[in-house]
Design a protein around this ligand. Structure first.
Ligand code: PLP
Length: 409
């Protein structure tokens, strides 16, 4: 069992008041809060270690390089990637997916080839592939969803054929919370020689993501969704792709020899890490993963599952409230709409009561369009939230919706 009250003491921001109410932070799918342990790691870095990496021979530079490389290994272990592939530091899932597309997939695309994505992708795992198809003449195939808000796996598996060059799919939807069977999809891709990418931005804190079991070529995630600073993240690149990658950004740190006319490049991961990286952030990312693992991934997943089920049941019981999707497995987020109430108005009133939730298209316009919506409300609890906070939120969703309905008559 998680000791939530002592966990909350690690997160100073949870003591904030918002418009005179205690903060109820239920927007964790957008960004998680940071524990003291991660903040301390950043302060420690700047107090004892700060120097540029991979460049100097002096003590601090070597210490800084070693701390960042240890963090890379830590991330690799967390993903089950030791001995299987390379972890590239990126600024977040978005950059990771762009790198995978431009450095690992672009050269394999041509008219006649296709890229398969799904209707539940975040724009970061949708527009990237749409644009790549525009650039190369390849065709974008979009897997639809079932009424329950799950992938139509028959469609998906039949789309992964000899013409398929790449498949990109999220492990967990940022709107519906649907957990996808990414292992089946990635193995199907491997069988036809297609490259696979898993967008793990929402999945990282909901259980072990084992790249060996999943069988993906790329996996991207953002640090800020697992309590690390924003501007951090990682892209896992499988060994199979290692020699097929080409550089995308050019500059310092990614070269081997620079001649007047020609340059040869470093191997992965440095080939994809041009310029000075976010050193302190990359180091802090490992400390955030340490924090999560010390809590226990299974315990976190179980507790968050209980909070989410409580939110879903509470919403289901309210008149005129419609929860979107009823997938068999839902992680981290539940979204809904309320008859006669605009999501923006509801979120604004909830904010005035101290409740932080997300509203809008959630960077998933194709998904919202397929659901017949343009804006929805999302509740996304984390392990530092309490059942009382969830109940308060549901109570206020009801009260504010009733108020708005009356007001709009
Ligand atoms: N993919 C998913 C599923 C997300 O939820 C998000 C962010 O919300 C992203 C990608 C993009 O993450 P970032 O903006 O940190 O790069």
């Amino acid at each position: 069992m998680l000791d939530v009250s002592s966990i909350r003491e690690d997160f100073p921001i949870l003591n904030e008041n918002v418009y005179g109410h205690p903060l109820v932070y239920l927007d964790n799918a957008a960004t998680m809060q940071m524990p003291r342990q991660v903040m301390d790691c950043i302060v420690r870095h700047y107090s004892t270690t700060n120097a540029n990496v991979h460049r100097g021979v002096h003590y601090l530079s070597e210490r800084s390089t070693s701390a960042m490389e240890q963090s890379r290994q830590r991330i690799s272990r967390f993903l089950g990637a030791d001995g299987l592939g390379t972890v590239v530091f990126v600024s977040g899932a978005t950059e990771g997916i762009n790198l995978a597309a431009q450095c690992g997939v672009r050269q394999h695309l041509s008219p006649g080839k296709k890229v398969v994505v799904t209707h539940m992708e975040h724009h970061s795992n949708f527009v990237v592939w749409q644009e790549l198809c525009h650039q190369t003449g390849a065709r974008l195939v979009i897997c639809p969803l079932t009424d329950a808000g799950e992938l139509d796996m028959d469609f998906m598996l039949s789309a992964i054929d000899q013409d398929c060059a790449a498949v990109a799919v999220c492990a967990v939807s940022n709107v519906l919370g649907t957990a996808n069977d990414v292992a089946t999809i990635c193995h199907a891709a491997r069988e036809v020689g297609a490259v696979s990418l898993v967008d793990a931005a929402q999945a990282m804190r909901h259980g072990r993501l084992d790249v060996d079991r999943i069988g993906c070529d790329f996996l991207a995630f953002s640090g800020h969704k697992v309590m690390a600073p924003s501007g951090t993240g990682a892209l896992y690149v499988s060994d199979r792709m290692r020699d097929r990658m080409v550089p995308y950004r050019f500059g310092g740190g990614m070269v081997d020899q620079v001649g007047d006319r020609q340059t040869s490049y470093a191997d992965l991961p440095l080939m994809l890490e041009a310029g000075t990286p976010n050193i302190s952030g990359n180091i802090a990312l490992a400390s955030a993963l340490d924090y999560l693992e010390e809590l226990g991934l299974d315990q976190v997943a179980t507790y968050e599952g209980e909070l989410l089920a409580r939110a879903e049941q509470g919403l289901d019981a309210l008149d005129g409230v419609h929860v979107l999707g009823h997938p068999k497995e839902r992680f981290g987020a539940v979204s809904f709409v309320v008859d006669g109430v605009h999501p923006f108005d509801l979120a604004t009133l909830l904010d005035k009561r101290g409740i932080a939730i997300r509203t809008g298209h959630h960077c998933a316009q194709p998904l919202l369009r397929s659901l017949g919506q343009s804006s929805v409300v999302r509740i996304s609890p984390a392990f530092y939230n309490t059942p009382e906070e969830v109940d308060y939120c549901i109570e206020q969703v009801s009260a504010c919706s009733n108020f708005l309905r009356k007001f709009s008559k």
